[in-house]
Design a protein around this ligand. Structure first.
Ligand code: GLC
Ligand code: CA
Length: 571
């Protein structure tokens, strides 16, 4: 869900509980022990790229696949191993690509299948794999399957979607609400029945209980794997199934951002059936292609819920993103520590995966209340130090490495994202975190050569851009570059992890150990300065400083200003 787009939605998320799935006692070894090469994703840095906003090669205001190909050297230099690209399939763009009208093609505004092939081939040469977004819960209402399905009640595609009669009084079949506002049911005048949509009405939910849907979707997944794509990020994976008896969800006390009563979505999210389906997807499709992976958009509250997505035998999603860190307000050491430890020590031995930014969330520098005297860049650095020194695969979001900030719409007339139009001003939508990548100080930040971009370029682009930051040794970009390079070369950052100074509610500290090396990370998330002795940090003699901001290291220990951080080798 999914979306914790704003405060209101984050609250909705916090209320979600999970239908208990019977997970058998979990062995700690994966069943299909992969070869070292097939494990590439464990040491990888993955980069989420929103193609509409990355680079516009033909100057029509919309980013495209050729634009991505033209910037592969930049990504290689940054140290990226794989791109996860959000949907570029043919789409009416009601949800900017998350409403897919054809899984086996490219939308003309993004290019052609030949452009995608070229991107895959060029990426191969530069060591950058392509991962696509698989929108599994729903299609566009313009997908030929839905066009057929709505035509009449006996159409062979009728059961590809979820159709039900309304209640006797003509109201929707039950009380489920859409996470994007309003009822989750729309009555279709053609046949007089309602269809179900967890998201927009333009995104009817597929009926995964129909074996023909599974077959059609598995074929779609294979279509791109055969072309050399390295796997999928599974969109909204927890929403694939809903209870067949359509039991009403319990209502909670609040209202959602769109004015409906909030509900605890226990009967239409996180059903046990999701896991059975994921195992089938792994077995029947993904595992037939070596080294291919599934990443999960897994917005769950706890690590226990996240663990289910690895599968009891590590046979579901290799990288379920632990997105619940994004919802923490304020971001403190004592909130982070238990969550991180729980994921690191998950009972099935699943490999952790963390992301702190994405196309649905306010960017980190604009997300939190900043302590006095600190800037969004300081927040960008401390979260980067966390993400890039944790044990697990980090997923970055384009522009994060520049410290890009949200550029939110000022007027409802300017909003592109429909939830922002519907929810204004409570919910301004997601435009602010999707503005064009800032490449240089030229017109439109180098996103294109002058056509009006689909969203306005951030006001700080003249100084916050790739070219300027590349030259500045203190830039956020160089902070990311050097930490990624360190990750790739220092065996400690591929090794074990142990929290130290665990009672500290302000400062998060941990030691990574591997290949005979040790690296200490110390992160002061609080608004107060902190002084820590080396003994408190687990002992050891500090050596080379790997990264530092607002911090001093001396014989007595470490001094950190608010948001101060230190990453240091221990001898
Ligand atoms: C996921 C996507 C989001 C999209 C939604 C519906 O949450 O990240 O952008 O709107 O699914 O497909
Ligand atoms: Ca374009």
């Amino acid at each position: 869900m999914r979306k914790l787009v704003t405060g209101a939605m984050a609250t909705a998320l916090a209320l979600v509980t999970t239908t208990p799935a019977a997970i058998a006692a979990a062995p700690t070894m994966p069943v299909n022990a992969a070869s070292a090469k097939d494990d590439w994703w464990k040491s990888a840095v993955i980069y989420e790229l929103y193609p509409r906003s990355f680079a516009d090669s033909n100057n029509d205001g919309i980013g495209d696949l050729k634009g991505v190909s033209q910037h592969l050297d930049y990504l290689a230099d940054l140290g990226v191993d794989a791109i996860w690209m959000t949907p570029m399939f043919p789409s009416p763009q009601a949800d900017f690509g998350y409403d897919v009208a054809d899984y086996d093609d490219v939308d003309p505004q993004f290019g052609t299948v030949a452009d995608a092939d070229q991107l895959i081939a060029a990426g191969k040469q530069k060591g950058i794999k392509l991962i696509l977004d698989f929108v599994i819960n729903h299609t566009s209402d313009k997908h030929p399957w839905f066009v057929q399905s709505r035509a009449n009640r006996t159409n062979p595609y009728r059961d590809f979607y979820i159709w039900r009669d309304g209640k006797a009084d003509g109201t929707p079949p039950n009380n489920w609400s859409s996470i994007f506002g309003g009822p989750a049911w729309d009555k279709d005048p053609v046949t007089g029945q309602y269809y179900y949509h967890f998201f927009y009405p333009q995104q009817p939910d597929l009926n995964w209980r129909n074996p023909k849907v599974e077959k059609a979707m598995f074929d779609a997944a294979e279509w791109w794997l055969k072309r050399g794509v390295y796997g999928y990020r599974l969109d909204a994976v927890g929403t694939m199934f809903e209870r067949e008896d359509l039991k009403d969800n319990p209502l909670t006390s609040g209202k959602d951002a769109f004015g409906l009563a909030e509900q605890n979505r226990i009967y239409n999210t996180e059903l046990p059936e999701v896991h059975i389906e994921l195992q089938r997807l792994r077995q029947q499709v993904i595992d037939r292609y070596p080294g291919r992976i599934l990443i999960g958009e897994t917005y769950v509250g706890t690590s226990a819920e996240l663990t289910k997505f690895y599968g009891a035998r590590n046979d579901e999603v290799q990288l379920p993103m632990f997105l619940s860190l994004i919802g923490i307000r304020p971001l403190t050491a004592d909130q982070l520590r238990p969550r991180i430890e729980a994921v690191e020590n998950n009972p099935v031995g699943g490999w952790p995966c963390f992301a702190l930014n994405n196309h649905d969330q306010r960017r980190v520098p604009s997300r939190y209340v900043l302590p006095a005297g600190t800037t969004g860049d300081d927040m960008a650095r401390i979260t980067a130090a966390l993400l890039l020194t944790l044990r697990g695969t980090p997923i970055l979001y384009y522009g994060e490495e520049l410290g890009m900030q949200n550029n939110d719409p000022k007027r409802v007339e300017d909003v592109q994202d429909i939830i922002g139009k519907k929810g204004w001003p409570n919910e301004k939508g997601r435009d602010g975190e999707r503005t064009p990548m800032q490449w240089d100080a030229s017109v439109n930040a180098g996103f294109n050569s002058g056509a009006k971009p689909w969203l306005p370029v951030g006001p700080d682009y003249a100084t916050r851009n790739v070219t300027a930051e590349r030259k500045d040794s203190n830039s956020v970009l160089n902070f990311y570059r050097s930490l990624i390079a360190e990750r790739r070369s220092n065996p400690a950052l591929a090794g074990d992890m142990m929290m130290v100074d665990r009672g500290n509610s302000n400062v998060l500290s941990y030691v990574r150990t591997g290949g005979g090396k040790r690296v200490l990370t110390v992160l002061n998330f609080s608004g107060n300065p902190a002084d820590l002795t080396l003994a408190q940090l687990g002992g050891g003699k500090p050596g080379r400083v790997i990264a530092k901001n607002r911090a001093d290291l001396n014989a007595a220990g470490v001094h950190l200003a608010p948001l101060g951080l230190l990453v240091v080798e221990l001898s």
